[in-house]
Write a new protein. Structure first.
Length: 114
């Protein structure tokens, strides 16, 4: 384990005190990797919603069991396929507008079930 000496202010009586800190304790915890399941094992749900969007229609695709980087790439491809904007929130892809049929066709073509 690597240790480093840090100078810290800790009290009025001793404004600068020497303290030894374990650097492993200061490092950020690594993110847990989510396994990417094969497309056949993922059951996706496509729905249209207007809740909380001031009457604007949004197509939501949920049920993904993939890593965030994979979902970000898929989001970009789906938005381009529909010619609309959208976003990735909490492992759900939101595409602006009612594009249920286009998205279902594209997901079947790429091998993801819906």
């Amino acid at each position: 384990m690597e240790r480093q000496v840090l100078w810290v202010r800790n009290s009025v009586l001793n404004p600068i005190a020497k303290c030894t800190v374990n650097l492993a304790m200061l490092k950020r915890p690594t993110q847990r990797r989510v396994p990417t399941h094969p497309p056949a094992q993922q059951t996706l749900k496509i729905q249209v919603s207007r809740k909380g969007r001031k009457g604007k229609t949004v197509t939501i695709i949920s049920g993904f069991q993939s890593q965030s980087a994979t979902l970000a790439d898929l989001t970009k491809k789906l938005k381009a396929q529909c010619g609309a904007g959208g976003t990735l929130k909490d492992k759900e892809i939101e595409v602006q507008g009612d594009h249920r049929q286009k998205l279902a066709d594209y997901l079947k073509k790429t091998g993801l079930s819906s």
